[in-house]
Write a protein that binds this ligand. Structure first.
Ligand SMILES: NC(=O)c1ccc[n+]([C@@H]2O[C@H](COP(=O)([O-])OP(=O)(O)OC[C@H]3O[C@@H](n4cnc5c(N)ncnc54)[C@H](OP(=O)(O)O)[C@@H]3O)[C@@H](O)[C@H]2O)c1
Length: 248
């Protein structure tokens, strides 16, 4: 994979799937900017040579004005080619346990923030005039219910159809919009699960294992690469077969 000369943004690139994606994009030669609320990004976990291509900027995805400013600044005069939108939050709550604050927190980050940042990446990639690739990170919980996670499932359902809609509007301009739908993946986000719950989930996954962030990031890398030049509006499940049906 050769992404030398490309500028990439990874929203939520400081942890889990986004961190792994930032590392892979940098290994492929892209200049990568990670964005998230924390001031200092952790070690990206790639070679020092690749890590030198990664810089970090603090921002909050829920603030549309700040998001627009940050994307415009990153694109600067060199333009933007690739954008990965991996920021998200997860907290439990079936509908009757979901108070207004919990609902709005999910909507602010996983719906509003996802849209604001996708819109600004589109704006900057389009302004660059050379096409580009956008990958939204959705979830299997956007395709099927996840017991006890009402707000999260509702928010992730949005990503699936936003992906299709954005793809339609911008495909003719050489901008590919696709999503990756991760299955259960070992990251900070899923540290909320206790070991018994985790074992029950593992039993429901045909591959009988959780994903590593790198396994999800490999699909992100594919969708950011020239190998995906003719792929538009796809929601690509990377889930150990979770959405395929019930394992025997
Ligand atoms: N892990 C799974 O099993 C799983 C399964 C399906 C889908 N997903 C999806 O995959 C994506 C990545 O999840 P993950 O497991 O890698 O989670 P993670 O390790 O918790 O990483 C989440 C990232 O989002 C950033 N973020 C959160 N709120 C933000 C905000 N308001 N503004 C800017 N950045 C923000 C975090 O950085 P800061 O804290 O510094 O802001 C962090 O970099 C999410 O969209 C998640 O819903 C995960």
């Amino acid at each position: 994979m050769d992404l030398r000369g490309k500028t990439a943004v990874v929203v939520g690139g400081t942890s889990g799937i986004g961190r792994a994606a930032a590392g892979l994009l940098a290994e492929a030669g892209a200049r990568v900017v990670t964005l998230s609320r924390r001031a200092v990004a952790p070690d990206p976990g790639c070679s020092p040579e690749s890590a030198a291509r990664i810089t970090h900027r603090r921002f909050d995805i829920t603030d549309s004005a700040e998001t627009a400013e940050v994307f415009a600044d990153i694109a600067g005069t060199g333009g933007l080619d690739l954008a990965v939108h991996s920021a998200g939050v997860l907290a439990p709550g079936s509908a009757l346990d979901t108070d207004d604050e919990l609902w709005r927190r999910h909507m602010a980050t996983n719906v509003d923030g996802m849209f604001f940042s996708a819109r600004e990446s589109l704006r900057q990639i389009r302004a660059s005039g050379r096409g580009g690739k956008i990958v939204l990170v959705g979830s299997v919980s956007g395709q099927v219910g996840n017991p006890g996670f009402a707000a999260y499932c509702a928010a992730k359902g949005m990503v699936v159809n936003l992906t299709r809609q954005l793809a339609l509007d911008y495909a003719a301009e050489g901008i590919n919009v696709n999503s990756v739908l991760p299955g259960f993946t070992d990251t900070e986000m899923t540290a909320i699960y206790d070991s018994a719950t985790k074992a029950g989930i593992t039993a429901a996954i045909p591959a009988k294992a959780w994903a590593t962030p790198e396994q999800i990031a490999n699909a992100v890398l594919f969708l950011c690469s020239p190998l995906a030049d003719y792929v538009h509006g796809v929601n690509l499940a990377v889930d150990g077969g979770y959405l395929a049906g019930r394992p025997a």
